[in-house]
Write a protein that binds this ligand. Structure first.
Ligand code: ADP
Length: 274
């Protein structure tokens, strides 16, 4: 499913004395099946864009196309359930949204709320608990007896249980140590490839964007200012500095390596050990 933002603008508290224009001239094209990162400094508009991706917010200017649905500024929308089912959001600290008595019930909550029969929802939960790398026995436990990392995986299984086509990740590695970060990002990368899910990563981690994304959009002061592959976007340090961003370490390392061997490498996903 393609997602396209065209000339999107958004103001919080529109037509009140507290009106705040958070987005203007935002153009982003996310192609079906890609891993797309949206990066930018704090306050650049990433979270506001994120909430447009499954119509939690609607544009006050321009339009957004989410698969078959086009949401136009100022036009009333009746049924956005299909959009919400197809675009799942893994919010920051998703574990804070767990609330049921058991992990099984928690994972089943979303799909059952969308009319999936209990037996089918449970079947999905049993498959997904393994997909996110947890043992089946965990389904009978209380989500609150799990470790932080386990809770996060349960929350991700809950989003997958809705059977989305697109997954939006909001700073998914926030609060994790380096090993936890890598494990979670590898999980998303695997889901992207194995389930052919379109991934949209909203982050200020330049390293994660460089390592995993096929395409990147840079946000700066409420506007989408740069688009391209990681190599294109990260090639100009001066431009990045103007957007209050730095060249990620992994790209610096790759450039040094390329200078040393005298040729360009095809892949970007290098680790220092390689
Ligand atoms: P980011 O996610 O990149 O940090 P945000 O989308 O949160 O950026 O914020 C973009 C701008 O909108 C900022 O100037 C921020 O202060 C403002 N903003 C965010 N949320 C609200 C809100 N609920 N009400 C008013 N202004 C907001």
């Amino acid at each position: 499913m393609d997602i396209k933002l065209q000339e999107v603008g958004f103001s919080y508290a529109q037509n009140t004395p507290f009106e705040k224009r958070a987005l203007h001239d935002v153009n982003i094209a996310i192609e079906n099946g890609t891993f797309h990162a949206i990066i930018g400094h704090t306050g650049s508009g990433k979270s506001t864009v994120l909430q447009h991706l499954n119509a939690l917010l609607k544009p006050t200017e321009g339009q957004i196309q989410i698969g078959e649905k086009t949401i136009v500024a100022g036009k009333k929308e009746k049924d956005l359930r299909a959009v919400r089912q197809k675009v799942g959001i893994v919010f920051q600290f998703p574990e804070h949204q767990l609330f049921e008595e058991t992990v099984l019930k928690d994972i089943c909550f979303g799909p059952m709320n969308f009319g999936v029969p209990e037996q089918e929802a449970e079947q999905r939960a049993r498959e997904l608990i393994e997909v996110v790398g947890l043992p089946p026995a965990i389904l009978e436990k209380s989500p609150f007896d799990l470790s932080g990392g386990q809770m996060r995986r349960v929350a991700i299984a809950g989003v997958l249980a809705m059977d989305p086509e697109v997954i939006v990740l909001d700073e998914p590695t926030a609060g994790l140590d380096p090993r936890g970060r890598q494990e979670i990002m590898e999980l998303f990368n695997r889901l992207h490839h194995e389930k052919n899910l379109t991934m949209i990563l909203v982050t200020h981690s330049m390293e994660d964007a460089a390592r995993y994304a096929d395409a990147i959009t840079i946000m700066y002061d409420g506007e989408s200012v740069l688009h391209g592959t990681p190599r294109e976007v990260f090639s100009d340090a001066e431009k990045l500095a103007a957007y209050r961003l730095e060249v990620p370490h992994i790209i610096q390392f790759q450039k040094q390596l390329e200078a040393k061997i005298g040729r360009k490498l095809n892949t970007l996903c290098l680790t220092e050990e390689e």
